[in-house]
Design a binder for this molecule. Structure first.
Ligand code: AMP
Length: 399
């Protein structure tokens, strides 16, 4: 990796601004899943141990109105962090100003401070100004002025150019990636850029349009691309099959044809389908790739599961993004579960899940430990798989 990493920076006695991802799910002010807090601990603990003055910045959800602010404070997160890290966390209920500045200036080495939700800067006096989300240059400059070093450890927002990542990086003398971002980048590089072959990619989810970039990029890198989920039906249509009432992106049929031609046999499509007459969790009927007019395909069928399992055998690298069907419905989750299980059970393979629904499915099914890496950032890992530059990483200093 060409970006400076935390181990390469002397943080002792310095004011270190750290962009973390504490965008945790909250229900009535209670954190329902603290995975993201746990994921930030290695970087925070390293900074404590090495006697930095630690200033944490994070967003929480989206802020569109002044009322949103009362429900989206980082105050409960400061309490959870205190427990997780085992030391006091100073919470300042502001994103700028004299109180914040004096709290930072009285921090001792090894102490931790957390600012209020960075996206509070998106709304000022009831007006949506998006200072954080549109990377207002003054805001990035101001936050940068509060510290000596910037550490970006928020992979979940690395695909966005915001004031709290790109803005600070561009205005501070020294910057690096934190341990979480470093690991994500190393894993994605190994899985996508330097894969051991055979490399099998499995792409699913609702729409072709969401995954065009991924298919495009992986066509040049993978040995096979297995396509499932709602997007498979647009490919069926491109092959001239009847798809009944299934999800169809009519304007992507030509593109699907183009990919099938370009792929030269690399694209593997389902060979059967589990269907329902409505978008409902009912016992499925099954068909081949020509569906009756009155049904919609909601999952891959048993023959496709078998085919995909066969295609996965012997893979040395597998990258998976997107479910094989409507896995939220009990009757239509079989394809996703089977694919997840097959990847998890591969021996001697580097297995990568690109966040989002597939990551949630793997964790829910108890396979978390069986994958080489499950990305914490759905959008960011998807953009990485598309071969795009992540602005939050790009803005960090090179080694
Ligand atoms: P994505 O965010 O693009 O990965 O899409 C995930 C969504 O695709 C999930 O909510 C699934 O329910 C949905 N999905 C997967 N397969 C189908 C299908 N055959 N028909 C409709 N929706 C689907």
């Amino acid at each position: 990796m060409n970006k400076k990493t935390l181990n390469e920076v002397n943080v002792s006695g310095k004011k270190v601004l750290v962009r973390v991802d504490f965008n945790v799910p909250l229900k009535d002010g209670v954190i329902t899943d603290d995975n993201r807090i746990q994921a930030a601990l290695p970087t925070i603990k390293h900074l404590v141990k090495n006697k930095a003055k630690i200033i944490l910045l994070s967003h929480l959800s989206r802020i569109k109105t002044e009322e949103d602010k009362s429900k989206k404070s980082l105050a409960p997160i400061a309490i959870a962090l205190e427990k997780a890290v085992g030391q006091k966390v100073v919470f300042v209920a502001a994103t700028r100003g004299a109180e914040l500045e004096s709290a930072i200036n009285t921090l001792k080495d090894g102490e931790i401070l957390l600012l209020e939700n960075t996206r509070f800067e998106d709304v000022k006096n009831n007006e949506v100004v998006k200072a954080e989300s549109k990377n207002d240059p003054d805001l990035g400059k101001y936050w940068a002025s509060l510290g000596d070093i910037f550490v970006n450890d928020a992979f979940g927002t690395a695909h966005r150019a915001h004031a709290s990542n790109v803005g600070i990086s561009k205005n501070i003398k020294e910057s690096c990636v934190g341990f979480l971002v470093q690991k994500e980048l190393e894993m994605l590089a190994q899985g996508v850029d330097k894969p051991a072959h055979p490399f099998v990619a499995i792409i699913g989810g609702a729409k072709v349009s969401d995954k065009i970039g991924v298919i495009d990029n992986l066509l040049t890198k993978a040995d096979k691309i297995i396509i499932g989920g709602g997007m498979a039906y647009t490919f069926f249509a491109a092959q001239g099959h009847k798809i009944g009432k299934s999800l169809l992106e009519a304007d992507k049929i030509d593109l699907a044809k183009e990919y099938l031609q370009k792929a030269n046999g690399k694209i593997i499509l389902p060979i059967d389908s589990a269907n329902a007459t409505e978008f409902k969790d009912v016992a499925p009927s099954f068909s081949g790739v020509d569906l009756p007019d009155d049904v919609m395909g909601l999952d891959i069928g048993p023959k496709s599961i078998e085919l995909f399992q066969k295609e996965l055998l012997g893979a040395k690298t597998v990258a998976w993004n997107g479910p094989m069907g409507v896995f939220e419905m009990e009757n239509f989750k079989k394809g996703t579960v089977a694919v997840c299980e097959s990847i998890a059970n591969l021996k001697d393979a580097f297995t990568l899940i690109g966040g989002g629904d597939s990551a949630a499915a793997a964790i829910q099914l108890g396979f978390k430990e069986k994958f080489t890496h499950i990305s914490t950032g759905g959008g960011a890992s998807l953009e990485y798989m598309e071969g795009k530059v992540l602005p939050g990483v790009e803005a960090i200093q090179n080694k």
